[in-house]
Design a protein around this ligand. Sequence first.
Ligand code: ADP
Length: 175
Amino acid sequence: MEKLIGQTRLVLTQGDITQADTEAIVNAANSRLAGGGGVDGAIHRAGGPEIMAECRKIGSCPTGEAVITTAGRLKAKKVIHTVGPIYRGRPEDPRLLANAYLNSLDLAARYGLRTVAFPSLSTGAYGYPLEAAAKVALGAVKQGIEKNSGKFDEVRLVLFGQDAFDAYAQALGQI
Ligand code: ADP
């Protein structure tokens, strides 16, 4: 499923982001860049120890911000590590989630990475409700594409499972 925003394709797919053939893949990291379960564990396992070595040098990343490392053995050129909010139903949660997408796209644009794949940030261990997260995510991705006009060929959301895909497909119809 996809939608054109300016010259950029915004694409929804279902699958495993470690297999994505985009120039950048985004990791749902924690603020200590310490590795963990979920998509973070999968990216470090598939990419190898070089990624963690660079994360250790960087040290940490505040919620809503993003940092960049090698992609090790992955097909991608770079991994962008961003930190979504732990969902608590606070008014700042959507802003922090949107910032994670926006800062990741700004970083990709700065590095000339023209294709970018995201997982559904914060909707696993961090507990952000899927429908709400999907709206925030796609709104922020659209904003990030428009802000970095001409810099991206494709921004892809790689959704893990049918429920996530359905929530994002519904939200895509609303942006
Ligand atoms: P967070 O801590 O930000 O919630 P998680 O990794 O726990 O991060 O979950 C984020 C989303 O990533 C969840 O929807 C989860 O199902 C999904 N996910 C887990 N593994 C993968 C993978 N290999 N590829 C894409 N998405 C994944």
